[in-house]
Design a protein around this ligand. Sequence first.
Ligand SMILES: Cc1ncc(COP(=O)(O)O)c(C=O)c1O
Length: 392
Amino acid sequence: MPTETGTSEFDVEIDRTNTSSSKWDKYAGRDVLPFWVADMDFAMPSFIQSAIAERLAHPVLGYTRTPDAAVAAFQNWLKRSFGWDVPEEWLVWIPGVVTGFNLAARAVAEPGGSVLIPTPVYYPFLSTPRHAGQDSIEVPLVSDGDRWTMDFDAMGAACRTGTRLFMLSNPQNPTGRAYTEEELSQLAAFCLRHDLYLCSDEIHASILLAPDARHVPVAALGPEIAERTISLYAATKTYNIPGLGCAVAVIADARLRRDFRRAMAGLVPGIGPLAYAASTAAFADTSDWTTRLTDYLRGNHQRVRDVVGDRMTPVEATYLAWIDLTDLGFANPAARLEDFGIGLSEGADFGGSGYVRFNFACPRSLLDRGLARFQDALARLQGSQGAGASPD
Ligand SMILES: Cc1ncc(COP(=O)(O)O)c(C=O)c1O
């Protein structure tokens, strides 16, 4: 919402020092601007803050069962947003999406089993098979310069007898793809053909930037794929409350749900009352918050594109740009860029050596300072090539 001065609520730079912010404290004492971990430098909407304050007005923050209001808000959100009706019994509430995909891998693991993962991908995917005692099969996504897609031939060839699970990030972190219904139908058919379970992390489902981007829950495509899918959702990205972990696994199949719950036993804590209050308010939100947020992010995306050009493909969803710096010849370009005062995520951690991930969810003034440093760094690093720079 533009203010009277023509600025936006998202233009406000908020000082996050003394909040133990992971994003900012990483570079404490150094002049490095952080554009790495996926939290936004925006204030949460006031209705979320009010919901938390209202719960906090009660002086006992005891162990909390899932509130009926949270269930109803989540079910209505799925229905309103994607036309998907799910019964309450399909829902398993968990404190985080990362927890959810690790549980999924453990729930379906078998001795000698493996997990298929298209890369690059949000880096906690990559250690998930190992945590579940499974092998990891990483298959690169392919880019035509305009968008990244799954390579079904390569994935089919990589599948083994014991391959149990496919891990999907959709919208895709870090490439920013919002897969189309056609691509997801192809994926559903692939999982059925190869007898794979599917774990679909859809945490960025509401952050759609491209005008024609639409989020399709892959499990909503039909009963056959629903029966073998664990879909994961959270409101924490869209409303910038990632420090109040609350997520939902949607699991249609009763046996798969039982195995998922068994994997939780004794390990996964309950969700706290403030987190429930915040996520309930978020799922119940019918204001124009998401529209205002994505409008602003679209503007930021354009600014990043103006500087980065075709080193990145257009971001259809998420607030993350995946930037190709392979021509610089560094295996760890993010580490080099820190010397120029800019803190990005290292592509190698996502399975994309030579790339960086740029989180552009911040006030424009901050973004512009970061982009100026980025541009300067690129010019210097390109200029230093062949002049004694030592690629790592
Ligand atoms: C694709 C994806 N999944 C999961 C998460 C984290 O989810 P949670 O904080 O609920 O574990 C992130 C955070 O950046 C993400 O980008």
